[in-house]
Design a protein around this ligand. Structure first.
Ligand code: ADP
Ligand code: MG
Length: 339
């Protein structure tokens, strides 16, 4: 690359698709868990990018694609300009994982209940070769723990169950930080944690962005914390990103009827209102029917549904700085409508 060329995006999804075969080979059908998703994360500017949506909307599948654990069935997924599969083929999965680290929902499942938590951190440092010996590994563990507001001294000789869910989730963020990744993909990191402790974890993500230059993919159905920490948000519905853009624009004035419904199901985000944090959106279980229906996946529930919504998937239409997958924002449609 010459000096005049701009750096490629840190991460780029270009019409990514993931299709699963469900049911038996003969009677089975296909389920498009990630459908035509495009997004780009800039290399120069670390950000917190939220993926939100009800259970079964494809968030974890998209996370697995970004972590290199799930190959896309279509489209491209590039890390720093190179397809993830190629990055892994050339340098190995561990080298890719050193750049892109996961944080999972349940910290008690991340750690072996029979081992002191510091052993896990020390092993991680040795495994990723950020330390040559146990003493250096302990130093790396302590540095990572301090980034999340803890220290090796505080967790030393403690078993996972001896820490609170909030503390243990911060330890698992510290573990993810040890190889000094550029990206952290956190899949519902606060949903198992007491509402009163959620802020201490999401504040860690803010600090990672602001002080460590780490880009965070924050997956959640908690729009309140998403509003509080994110720069941008993408709302997923049945595999599609139906609305994406700056978090204030999307959550203050959602354009897509589904985003409007999501927002109505939680109180106005108010960081000072503790009770509001405890509320979550639960819109019911996965409806495979919606995945497989033609056209917009929200058509059967949408108060503004039009004939063509049931026929063809809407493309993305620009609304301000947002992209909205809804025919209401088709200029022709707006022009056609009576005032
Ligand atoms: N390995 C798989 N095989 C078949 N279907 C899957 C697989 N993984 C996920 N799915 C389906 O894909 C859809 C999206 O799942 P997921 O990505 O876990 O959503 P979310 O994280 O938003 O709850 C769901 O209907 C789920 O059942
Ligand atoms: Mg999930």
């Amino acid at each position: 690359m010459t000096a005049t060329e701009p750096a490629p995006p840190l991460f780029e999804l270009d019409h990514a698709v993931v299709t699963f075969r469900i049911g038996s080979l003969l009677a089975g059908s296909r389920l498009v868990a990630v459908n035509d998703v495009s997004l780009s994360l800039a290399a120069e500017k670390p950000e917190i990018f939220t993926l939100a949506g009800e259970s079964g909307s494809g968030k974890t599948t998209l996370a697995r694609v970004m972590l290199g654990d799930q190959a896309p069935s279509g489209g491209q997924v590039r890390f720093q300009g190179t397809p993830v599969a190629e990055v892994i083929r050339a340098g190995g999965h561990k080298a890719f994982m050193a750049e892109v680290q996961p944080v999972f929902q349940n910290p008690f499942e991340t750690f072996n209940p029979l081992r002191h938590v510091q052993e896990y951190l020390i092993d991680t440092a040795l495994n990723f070769r950020v330390a040559k010996n146990r003493r250096q590994a302990a130093e790396a563990a302590d540095a990572a723990l301090r980034t999340v507001g803890l220290s090796l001294e505080e967790v030393q000789q403690r078993y996972p169950h001896e820490l609170s869910g909030g503390q243990l989730q911060r330890v698992s963020v510290a573990r993810a930080l040890i190889p000094k990744p550029k990206v952290i993909v956190a899949d519902e990191p606060v949903s198992m944690v007491d509402a009163s402790l959620r802020m201490e974890i999401v504040n860690v993500f803010k600090r990672l962005r602001d002080e460590e230059g780490v880009t965070v993919i924050y997956i959640t159905h908690d729009l309140a914390t998403a509003y509080y920490i994110s720069d941008r948000i993408a709302i997923m519905l049945r595999g599609f990103v139906v609305e994406s853009g700056p978090v204030e624009e999307v959550l203050d004035h959602p354009a897509h009827p589904y985003a409007q419904l999501l927002k109505e199901s939680i109180p106005e985000p108010a960081p000072e209102d503790k009770a509001a944090w405890t509320r979550q959106i639960t819109l019911g279980a996965t409806e495979a029917r919606e995945f497989n229906q033609a056209g917009c996946k929200f058509a059967s529930r949408c108060p503004s549904v039009m004939e063509r919504c049931r026929l063809t998937d809407p493309p993305d239409f620009p609304v301000g700085n947002r992209q909205v997958k809804c025919y209401l924002y088709d200029r022709a449609e707006v022009g056609d409508r009576k005032p």
